[in-house]
Design a protein. Structure first.
Ligand SMILES: Cc1cc2nc3c(=O)[nH]c(=O)nc-3n(C[C@H](O)[C@H](O)[C@H](O)COP(=O)(O)O)c2cc1C
Length: 452
């Protein structure tokens, strides 16, 4: 693999400052989900004899529900319910699908073969997660790219949680060029020329589903795949963009630059926190904001905070803002600050007033204004991953929850009296206890809400 070219330093700093600025996104029309672009035979992932049961793993994580969970589009959460994450399956020996490359269609729960597997493919499956940016950019404009990273992190967590009892290994720092090559996709720069009429996919993360309960990849499980020739192309779609609008082109450029990671990728095991079960993943929902105003029991809040904090070694720090008699900002080791931070968090999170009275608000923070590309990427992917695991844990503990993705001027460090620019909020998860009918209803949120 060749060394990634240096990233123009000003580009990412400007993109980060812009996404965090109070500038409102332009109002762009809603874009409906396009038809799945990969053709060819559609195989059920429920083949016999594989230790890695892709049918179960994909149904519990990315596959559209069969109608049993009203109103939910996918098992995994997604900013604006736009679900921009796609999954390419690189299937080695020991899986419920024959070895080869596949594109996974979440709406039909079918795998479309795209090419053969290398002779020395590692046992198990590697899932390469990509994002298509158009719909998220249409909705969130210049605030979209951090959300696309967070969404990819949530999807990686969903896959890893679904893989239990087997141990999934998650990498959030594989070089984008290697991810594209392994999945048999062109790089962002050449996509439109090679595959006109199809929406470019930007690869951001990989999850290795091993066929054993305990194993860590001793070699890079993507290397053998990346040496194969490119796999089959998507079917061009009528009405596809000829030239992307400027904001979309910028978002793709930023994500492409962020994914250019020098050095060897790292893989970290992701485990399911007890008492999360398959049923938890099947029923997880983000609660309606109006149902998030009741405090959760402190010992349950502490468990979810510890899960978020411990989900990744390469992630940002987490803290929990609570109200009540002793309001404060708590960490797993103590009190970061006293006072009620929730109204400020509500202002910072695109003015979503309900956050000001939420039972608790967990926030991931770090990622300075001048963070290098690898840190910007890992902060957001790992925060999304941690929030995904924490939301599953909260659900299993009977708590209500809702991720919070858009943060503007959320310089937590400066608000706590440190030098500005060093410690920004990148993601959040609101938590609440179940409603006790004996308690008086919380006051309704006041003020106009912006689009999150
Ligand atoms: C990265 C991310 C950011 C989100 N940000 C917000 C937010 O700021 N405000 C909000 O009300 N919901 C937010 N959500 C929740 C989504 O709206 C929710 O996941 C989506 O509507 C799908 O519903 P479900 O989670 O119940 O499946 C976010 C979700 C994700 C994954």
């Amino acid at each position: 693999m060749t060394q990634a070219p240096p990233v123009p330093s000003g580009l990412l700093r400007r993109a980060l400052a812009d996404a965090r600025s109070p500038r409102l996104p332009r109002s762009v029309p809603y874009i409906p989900e396009r038809a799945f672009p990969w053709g060819g035979p559609a195989l059920s992932p429920a083949g016999a004899g594989g230790a890695v049961d892709l049918d179960r793993v994909l149904r519990l994580s990315l596959g559209a529900p069969d109608g049993s969970t009203a109103g939910r589009l996918r098992p995994v959460a997604s900013a604006g319910a736009l679900h921009p994450v796609r999954a390419h399956l690189l299937i080695g020996p020991g899986c419920s699908l024959p070895p080869g490359r596949y594109a996974y269609d979440p709406r039909t729960h079918r795998a479309h073969p795209r090419g053969r597997a290398p002779a020395d493919a590692a046992p198990g499956a590697v899932v390469v997660l990509t994002v298509t940016a158009a719909r998220t950019v249409a909705h969130y404009g210049h605030r979209a790219w951090p959300l696309l990273l967070l969404d990819a992190g949530h999807a990686a967590a969903a896959l890893a949680l679904a893989a239990a009892p087997y141990c999934a290994q998650v990498s959030l720092d594989v070089d984008g060029a290697e991810l594209s090559a392994a999945a048999g996709l062109p790089g962002a720069a050449e996509w439109r020329e090679l595959w006109p009429g199809s929406e470019p996919e930007l690869p951001l993360a990989a999850v290795w589903l091993a066929a054993a309960r305990k194993s860590a990849p001793s070699t890079d499980p993507l290397a053998a795949w990346a040496d194969l020739p490119r796999a089959t192309a998507p079917v061009p779609q009528p009405g596809s963009e000829t030239a992307p609008p400027r904001e979309l082109a910028t978002t793709r450029h930023v994500l492409d630059k962020l994914a250019a990671a020098p050095g060897r990728p790292t893989w970290h095991p992701a485990r399911r926190p007890a008492p999360v079960t398959d049923d938890t993943l099947r029923t997880r929902r983000s609660a309606d904001p109006a149902e998030l105003a009741h405090p959760s029991a402190p010992y349950l809040l502490a468990q979810v905070l510890a899960t978020a904090e411990g989900a990744r070694p390469d992630g940002p720090a987490w803290a929990a803002a609570i109200g009540g008699d002793t309001p404060g900002l708590l960490t797993t080791t103590g009190v970061l600050a006293s006072g009620d931070a929730r109204p400020t968090l509500a202002r910072w999170a695109a003015g979503q007033q309900w956050i000001g009275t939420a039972g608790a608000v967990l926030v991931a923070h770090g990622c300075p204004a001048d963070a290098p590309p690898a840190l910007i990427r890992s902060s957001h992917l790992a925060a999304g991953h941690a929030a995904g695991v924490a939301q599953a844990h909260a659900t299993a503990l009977g708590l209500r929850s809702r991720p919070i993705g858009s943060w503007q001027q959320a310089d937590l460090g400066a608000a706590l009296g440190d030098a500005p620019g060093h410690d920004w909020i990148v993601h959040g998860l609101a938590l609440a206890g179940p409603v006790d009918p004996a308690l008086p209803a919380p006051p309704p949120p006041s003020g106009k809400e912006e689009r999150p």
